[in-house]
Design a protein around this ligand. Structure first.
Ligand SMILES: NC(=O)c1ccc[n+]([C@@H]2O[C@H](COP(=O)([O-])OP(=O)(O)OC[C@H]3O[C@@H](n4cnc5c(N)ncnc54)[C@H](OP(=O)(O)O)[C@@H]3O)[C@@H](O)[C@H]2O)c1
Length: 369
């Protein structure tokens, strides 16, 4: 196969993997293409946990035509008995000739073993083709497997002058309808949506995903150290999983929420009595939360950014000025010198309706002097 042909089929496998953008989490999104004699004989993608893996779907479609085929896979095949038998074994049994893998699986249960199984059976394995593109399909799964923390994306709607609410606390709506529809897609691909007591008290947001045809509801997580959030807040009462996070000492006072079927989690408090956000992220990762979308005000956003827990900023900038009495984006006390700035790298910029959408990667390297 020439490089151009390999690229073409791997690009197709990536597109297949993306079909699982909303449904596959907490599992990784994976795509697979089987090619024999220049013809595609099988295609597959992993739809959801417990369902067939991409390789199996493609092998079933190919049937006998899988023998001697080239396989294009966005992620290394699994080698362990999970909810389904190992895919590496299925590929060996089907008699495929060559497997091109974009990304090695960072899951410690796999991590090269799937590739090893194929090589032991005499199958030619090539890795790394379009690895960066494949990695980008699963930022949360990759980060969780490598670090035990979820991938955190903070979304903010701002005026041109970076204001997120008026001094009165009013903030609805800063951006237009198209931007708000776009937000639904990011929510739907997340495993959790995180907000703070300040936002829930000020805005009573729903924080659920309302994308047509998508059933999976992300976990709604509210941090509320003082149990100040009203018991009838929409985000605590709409269908879907909900988690109210407070400090451990407040658990005896949380009965009214628990009586409504709301799970209340008590975590260690920081010296100022607020929830320890790193502990929260570790706990979310243990619950198989890959991507967290933060939809909060400047206090929680600032605390998360200062704690180096944010990976990406998704900013919708509207064409108006709210003035300097409005509230900012990140409350980070003590940032006074230029070398204390938090560095960002712009990844994308586009118009969504009348608003500008900016996507930044956050540098979590600490170069403060
Ligand atoms: N434009 C936008 O994109 C946007 C989005 C959301 C909200 N808003 C606006 O933002 C305003 C609310 O902002 P806010 O900053 O007051 O509220 P917030 O960031 O949503 O929530 C802050 C609260 O979270 C709780 N919290 C728990 N642990 C924390 C920790 N470790 N660090 C920081 N906070 C912690 C604290 O209250 P406890 O003491 O109760 O724990 C804190 O007061 C509203 O006016 C809303 O309209 C704007």
């Amino acid at each position: 196969m020439t490089e151009a042909i390999d690229n073409r089929y791997m690009a197709l496998a990536v597109r297949l993997a993306r079909h699982g953008l909303y449904s596959t989490p907490p599992n990784p999104r994976v795509g697979c293409v089987l090619v024999r004699d220049g013809q595609i004989v099988g295609e597959g993608w992993h739809k959801k946990t417990g369902g067939p893996h991409a390789e199996i779907m493609a092998l079933v479609e190919a049937g006998e035509r899988a023998r001697g085929a080239d396989v294009y896979l966005t992620l290394e095949p699994c080698s362990h008995h999970g909810r389904t038998p190992p895919c590496s074994q299925a590929l060996v049994e089907a008699g495929v000739a060559r497997v091109v893998v974009a990304q090695r699986d960072p899951n410690p249960q796999v991590d090269g073993r799937g590739i090893g199984d194929l090589e032991k059976a005499g199958i030619v394995v090539e890795t790394g083709l379009m690895a960066e593109v494949a990695e980008a399909i699963n930022p949360g799964f990759n980060k969780r497997m490598r670090s035990g923390l979820p991938f955190v994306r903070s979304k903010l709607a701002t005026s041109l002058d970076g204001r997120t609410a008026m001094a009165s606390g009013e903030s609805q709506w800063i951006t237009g309808e198209a931007a708000r529809r776009d937000v639904q897609r990011w929510r739907a691909q997340s495993c959790a949506v995180l907000s703070g007591s300040g936002t829930v008290i000020a805005d009573d947001p729903s924080l659920n995903q309302r994308l047509e045809g998508e059933e999976r509801q992300p976990l709604r997580v509210i941090v509320d150290s003082g149990l100040r959030v009203p018991i009838d807040a929409k985000c605590l009462n709409l269908d879907g999983p909900r988690l109210l996070v407070t400090t451990a000492d407040k658990i005896p006072l949380a009965g009214a929420y628990q009586d409504r079927g709301i799970e209340v989690l008590g975590l260690a408090a920081r010296p100022d009595g607020k929830v320890d956000l790193r502990q929260l992220m570790l706990e979310l990762a243990k619950r198989q939360i890959n991507e967290v979308m933060v939809e909060a005000g400047p206090l929680l956003n600032g605390a998360l950014l200062a704690a180096r827990l944010v990976d990406e900023l998704l900013v919708y900038q509207a064409s108006h000025v709210m003035g300097n009495e409005g509230r900012g984006m990140f409350a980070i006390p003590g940032l006074v010198k230029m070398n204390q700035r938090i560095q960002l790298e712009r990844k994308d910029l586009r118009m969504v309706g009348a608003d500008l959408r900016l996507l930044f990667a956050v540098s979590n390297r600490d170069d403060r002097g």
